[in-house]
Design a binder for this molecule. Sequence first.
Ligand code: HEM
Ligand SMILES: *[C@@H]1O[C@H](CO)[C@@H](O)[C@H](O)[C@H]1NC(C)=O
Ligand SMILES: *[C@@H]1O[C@H](CO)[C@@H](O)[C@H](O)[C@H]1NC(C)=O
Ligand SMILES: *[C@@H]1O[C@H](CO)[C@@H](O)[C@H](O)[C@H]1NC(C)=O
Length: 459
Amino acid sequence: MMKSIIATSLIAEVALVAGFPDIARKVAEQRALEQRQGGFLPSLVPFPEFPGTPNHAVFNTFDPKSQLVSTSGDHAWQAPGPGDIRGPCAGLNAAANHGYLPRDGIATAQSVNTGLWEAYGLDKTATLFLQTATMFFDGDPISGRWSIGPHSDKTASLGPLSDVLGNQTGICAYGHLKTEADASITRGDWLDPNPEFNGNCASHPKFMQELFDLADKRANGFITPQVMAEHSYNRKQYSIQNNPNYFAPVYAGVAFTFGAHMFAFELLGNHSAEEPRGFLTKEVFMDFFSYKKDAAGNLKYTYGHERIPDNWYKRHALDAWTLTDIVVSTAQQCASYPSNCQVGGNTGTVNSFSGVDPGDLTGGLINSFENLSNPDKLGCFILQNLQAEIPSFLSNVLDPASLSLVNGLIPTVLMPALKGLDISGTCGNLPPGRTTPGYGGVYPGAKDMNVFEGPRAAY
Ligand code: HEM
Ligand SMILES: *[C@@H]1O[C@H](CO)[C@@H](O)[C@H](O)[C@H]1NC(C)=O
Ligand SMILES: *[C@@H]1O[C@H](CO)[C@@H](O)[C@H](O)[C@H]1NC(C)=O
Ligand SMILES: *[C@@H]1O[C@H](CO)[C@@H](O)[C@H](O)[C@H]1NC(C)=O
């Protein structure tokens, strides 16, 4: 019954868009395409052309005036100066380089809520959720400040309360597994023993090239949601095959990593009268990701120089990307690429992926990771995990006065921001969830959840 809900909404969506009668026909078409292209597409239910809630597939309005994003005046591009922080997120880095977020790279609640709406049309349900979860995991829950890159002394700004989490990590480097995780679009796996690819703040041209090659193969060189979904699958397979410490926790690994894959199209795509639902060329993508090509055509990456291109049109305000869209598109990925929604990791050698038992992980909320192709279930699954993870994580706060202050924010600040994950109001009283250190014990890649600092040559 649960499965039929997503199947029905996929069919409704497909029917609305192109008049496909059913999934079976789409699957048959996919198989024919595979035969023509001589390659195996590892999805049974094709990932939708227009993911998220069905309204996006038929959105048909373009307003150049409100959708053009300013890149001049206060919003002129400027390279980060000495001490300014940039990190693993193309969207946040570009926003900071254009003054849509503070140029020093220290995010605040106010700047996230207004800046990401102005620059990208990311809806308030999503920014409230992301801001709140991130300040609890990676920053200062009392001031709401967090670093958009590795640790910064600037987030610990509250005098005697100062660094309430011990040593706030920011969203990359030692922030690993809290928000950031392995098998990213272009970032490396933090615990990959190969030092060439284990920076999780920096982008790696090898993975960018693989994405572009896939775009050439599948979509005439355009970056599409379907290309991003398949790239996500490829990146997970790559990590399983190359990183003995690969690990995917619930929130950072299943929900967040894929959320970022969708942001790459949904928030970075350009819009026009002909393409009101967005289109994304490699050139625009390279600006947003701080890439150029050298004379020989090789991709060259510069840390922190992400840019919103001139003459770029964001999503229409009536077509915002919401928290519900993040959950629904992730559920659609679970339907198309079920292995991507498995929590677990390698056990110390490559190709040793072992999944956590879903019933055990969730106290029976789901009994198969395939159940996550139902968006309602997926939302409850993430909600359950964060309700366990964040309060437990805060026990790392050593100072008792700070701890009681932060714990006081759980019912008043955290829970209201998580509510949007209960997308149909059916989560009810969830069984208690388990934390990453709790269920991740057998995985060498899970051991960093509570590591806040250390010497590392490269991020
Ligand atoms: C408060 C809001 C946000 C937070 C906390 C956040 C955080 C992050 C983090 C931690 C990563 C690394 C994820 C990973 O390991 O895979 C990431 C990646 C990414 N984010 Fe964001 N982000 C936010 C908003 C945005 C926005 C608004 C955009 C687009 C406009 C965006 C686009 C991306 C993209 C494309 C990546 C993938 C980068 C790569 O793997 O090369 N994000 N983000
Ligand atoms: C969960 O998945 C299992 C295995 O695919 C299936 O038998 C079961 O009916 C699903 N349960 C729900 C509630 O969707
Ligand atoms: C976005 O699309 C419009 C309409 O096709 C085009 O004029 C503009 O140059 C594009 N912007 C970028 C940055 O490619
Ligand atoms: C916090 O961690 C960072 C990154 O490892 C380190 O550079 C810094 O010295 C640490 N700060 C404190 C106060 O321990």
